[in-house]
Design a protein around this ligand. Structure first.
Ligand code: SF4
Length: 370
């Protein structure tokens, strides 16, 4: 750390979001463009470079967080990018989309706001692209082995990139017309614009990955043929395999799964269709489920011009502070979080509850009535 007292002198500051009134009229990312890099070195300097960095343990990828915090605070973006990409193929995705268990585990979070680890991550990734620090890295020589990767979501793409860089010849099979999986047709653009995905796909192609889109394994090509044609097969599928809500009335019209609703809105953004057949425009919408996917539906419905939106969360409303007995540090706590979508729904007063946001807590769905 460049300043050993940074955590004492610098308050936590997050990447600011654009005004709600502005952003609900477009599908661009909710953050103020260009507002992160000017603040991020001081934020990285809040890191205490802990002897036992719990952030590193809490990160599912094992990201080398204290290392790249230090490198950012010292303005060494090249080394920071190298250390970040050592454990993470796509930090510009995770820096925008991950719920950041690293920050819940940050030692600073014991008695102060955590280091803005997720913001540092996305800043390194964006700066790496801006400065040409993430070039294609094709292998020096080919192994002669071939691999089929089934599914082009983040897991499939990461597997394809690692295998290609190791020298194997990789083909990625995707049933949709474009690669990207959940990142393409599930995640709304206001959380991550598709240009980030397209840029990585171009990098993968230059490294040698081949994409077979509009090809469904099991329909267009059989498992036996895949096994015969390739030395190995990686299965990286399943994000759209939704969980059914088996209650009376589920079969009524107007009840759709998130992964039926969100892809159509994304296709409008891609320019494939003019309007979504499932658009929420002018409708009163109820979202069953209080998680991130529900929030994605909420932000989408608000942008489509829903008359009202209510989100049902099966859990009771959590407090604003960690429950130290039930969920002690460094576990990921259930605390009241106001996502960008909740902010939008609340400020626009589209929620019948006219609450701080659109959620009704402790609400379990027992049946649907026509
Ligand atoms: S736990 Fe927090 S303060 Fe400690 S090294 Fe990780 S980010 Fe820095």
């Amino acid at each position: 750390m460049a300043d050993p007292k940074g955590f004492l002198t610098t308050p936590r500051q997050e990447w600011p979001r654009r005004p709600v009134e502005e952003r609900v009229h477009d599908w661009a990312e909710v953050y103020v463009p260009g507002a992160l890099l000017p603040i991020i070195e001081a934020q990285a300097d809040r890191c205490m470079d802990c002897g036992v960095p719990f952030c590193h343990e809490a990160c599912p990828l094992g990201n080398l967080i204290p290392e790249w915090n230090e490198l950012v605070s010292r303005d060494d973006w090249r080394a920071a990018s190298d250390r970040l990409h050592a454990t993470n193929n796509f930090p510009e995705f995770t820096g925008r989309l991950c719920p950041a268990p690293c920050e819940a585990g940050c030692v600073l979070a014991i008695n102060q706001p955590a280091v803005t680890i997720k913001n540092v991550e996305v800043a390194i990734a964006d700066r790496a692209w801006q400065d040409g620090l993430a070039p294609p890295r094709p292998p020096d020589r080919l192994s002669g082995a071939t691999v089929a990767v089934v599914g082009s979501g983040p897991a499939g793409l990461a597997a394809a990139q690692q295998l290609t860089r190791a020298g194997h010849t990789v083909a990625v099979f995707e049933r949709d017309d474009r690669p990207g999986g959940l990142m393409r047709y599930g995640i709304p653009s206001f959380k991550m614009e598709k240009r980030h995905l397209d840029r990585r796909l171009a990098q993968l192609r230059e490294e040698g990955v081949r994409f077979r889109t509009s090809t469904e394994v099991g329909r267009d090509i059989g498992a036996a043929e895949l096994r015969a044609r390739y030395d190995a097969v990686v299965l990286a599928v399943g994000a759209t395999a939704w969980r059914e809500l088996e209650v009376p009335g589920r079969e009524l019209t107007g009840i759709v799964q998130a992964m039926e609703y969100l892809p159509l809105a994304n296709r409008v953004c891609e320019g494939d269709i003019d309007a979504s057949p499932l658009s929420a425009a002018g409708k009163h919408v109820v979202i069953v489920g209080g998680g991130d996917t529900g929030a994605d539906c909420l932000g989408t419905a608000v942008r489509e011009g829903a008359a009202s939106v209510t989100q049902l969360d099966i859990y009771g409303q959590p407090g604003s502070e960690r429950d130290e007995l039930a969920e002690p540090w460094p576990t990921y706590p259930k605390i009241y979080r106001l996502s960008a979508a909740h902010e939008e729904a609340g400020e626009l007063r589209t929620a019948p509850a006219a609450d701080a946001d659109a959620r009704l807590f402790a609400a379990s769905t027992l049946r649907f009535e026509g």
